[in-house]
Design a protein around this ligand. Structure first.
Ligand code: DP6
Length: 331
């Protein structure tokens, strides 16, 4: 029998950010508890086939991954082999329906899907918390794409995994509007940039301010309070980007600044719209459903190449149809 499994997973968007490392901490350990939302309509579909011959192979969006990405995926699969006690080779094929590696959290959905599909292909039943814990080793934010219930998720640092805070139907008119600023891939990985920020004079401040942002966002989500969530999320993102820029790295491009400014100007006219941004140039706006048209117009007029609108999404789902295998030179 072919050992194969396919899973569909959504990326997640952090309301307050996982950013930074500290000495002597396990890999991909957040500095602060953080809250994120699964993004409806954005999906990574991943098929894992296990075989006893050949080598591991990773094909994403129709192409074998670069040497650097191969190393990262292969290392993660070695970690799973050690944790789960299997020896088979992993042949992975994955497809995203949104831009890859450009700050739309494709690594979150990607490593979550890699974990879930591998475990399923092995026919193992593991608790969700363990799956989330395992996915974290591939990419920190991946632990937040694992919880099956989807919706709003919180990553509890001392537990080492993420769990559901509230299901998608808890706040059905919460919206994320993404102003896409580039279709390209980012040049500096989050891991590399996080290491650099460790040396920044702003790092200690980032450490000490994070807990308040988390608490305000957590309460805001539970109370469905867009003002509380948006205010803390934007403040947190602004601080993170200031910290990143202080090391000479910037993920923003010529479209990002005018989009963020335009969102702030829109808010001055009374619309509850608040921006965030990750390790990429896109500006993502938190607002409520009736304000989506004005937010999209604002983003388009200030530089967005296009917009993507998303609401709180479902969690991972297994599928019975599999992506076709792709032969690579390494496999
Ligand atoms: C800015 O999870 O991509 O999106 O652990 O190095 O894979 P690695 O980092 P990753 O970093 C996410 C950073 C962020 C903020 C967030 O999603 O919390």
């Amino acid at each position: 029998m072919e050992r194969v499994a396919t899973v569909e997973v959504s990326p997640n968007l952090a309301l307050n950010k996982y950013w930074g490392t500290r000495d002597n901490m396990p890999k991909n350990t957040a500095l602060h508890n953080n809250v994120a939302v699964h993004l409806d309509g954005l999906r990574t579909t991943t098929t894992v086939r296990l075989s006893d011959e050949g080598k591991d192979s990773f094909v994403i969006n129709g192409k074998p991954v670069s040497d650097k990405d191969f190393e990262r995926h292969a290392k993660f699969i070695d970690y799973l082999r050690g944790e789960l006690g299997f020896g088979s080779r992993v042949n992975l094929v994955s497809q995203n329906n949104y831009p890859t590696s450009a700050g739309l959290a494709s690594s979150a959905a990607g490593y979550a899907a890699e974990t879930l599909a591998t475990v399923k292909a092995l026919d193992l039943e593991l608790p969700e918390t363990r799956l989330s814990y395992l996915a974290r080793s591939g990419s920190g934010s991946a632990c937040r794409s694992v919880p099956y219930g989807g919706g709003f998720i919180e990553w509890i640092v001392k537990e080492g995994y993420a769990r559901q805070l509230a299901p998608p139907e808890h706040w059905p008119d919460f919206r994320v509007v993404v102003g896409v600023a580039s279709e390209g891939e980012k040049e500096i990985s989050s891991q590399e940039a996080m290491k650099r920020t460790r040396q920044s004079p702003l790092f200690e401040k980032w450490l000490s301010n994070g807990e308040d942002d988390y608490q305000q966002i957590r309460r805001g989500v539970l109370n469905k309070d867009i003002h509380a969530v948006g205010e803390a999320a934007e403040r947190n993102a602004r601080r993170m980007h200031r910290l990143i820029r202080s090391t000479g790295v910037t993920y923003w491009n010529a479209q990002s600044w005018p989009m963020a400014d335009a969102v702030e100007a829109l808010r001055d006219t009374g619309t509850e719209a608040w921006w965030t941004s990750d390790a990429g140039p896109h500006i993502k706006v938190f607002c409520l459903q009736p304000d989506v048209p004005v937010v999209e117009k604002t983003l388009r007029e200030s530089g967005a190449l296009r917009t993507i609108v998303s609401k709180p999404g479902e969690g991972p789902m297994y599928a019975d149809t599999h992506l076709p295998p792709v032969k690579t030179l390494s496999a």
